[in-house]
Design a protein around this ligand. Structure first.
Ligand code: MN
Length: 132
């Protein structure tokens, strides 16, 4: 059963790659190029999951995440940060901002289905599964 997934990514090539992979997995995609647009679409479309690029022009992805998570009717939407830097500090910042998880860029689309199913199933990511 497909889910509605909001892809927030300002790089067009990366966005197209993610959207294609998600559609191939049977999901319905929504797209945003900026943090402002992400907040707006989260409110108007209430997607099942948000993939949030951290580095965006204007409002960055972590600020957009905070805005979405401070809205009581949206706070249960899982948000997975996409960050170019596979560094512990960035992961901590993403989680502190309210992200539910983290994917390092470039995203390996072969693992995308497995990665996001954890969040769509509502199961928290266990520490033992992280980084495998
Ligand atoms: Mn970016």
């Amino acid at each position: 059963m497909g889910s509605r997934i909001l892809v927030v990514e300002d790089n067009e090539d990366s966005r197209i790659m993610l959207v294609k992979a998600l559609k191939r997995l049977g999901h319905v995609t929504l797209e945003a190029e900026s943090g402002e647009e992400a907040v707006e679409k989260a409110r108007s479309e209430t997607p099942d999951l948000i993939l949030m690029d951290v580095e965006l022009k204007g409002m960055d992805g972590l600020t957009a995440t905070r805005r979405i998570k401070e809205n009581a009717s949206l706070q249960d939407i899982p948000i997975v940060a996409l960050t170019a830097y596979a560094m512990a500090g960035d992961r901590e910042r993403a989680l502190r901002a309210g992200c539910d998880g983290y994917l390092a860029k470039p995203v390996d689309v072969r693992n995308l289905g497995a990665e996001i199913s954890r969040y769509l199933d509502g199961h928290p990511v266990s520490e033992s599964k992280r980084g495998q």
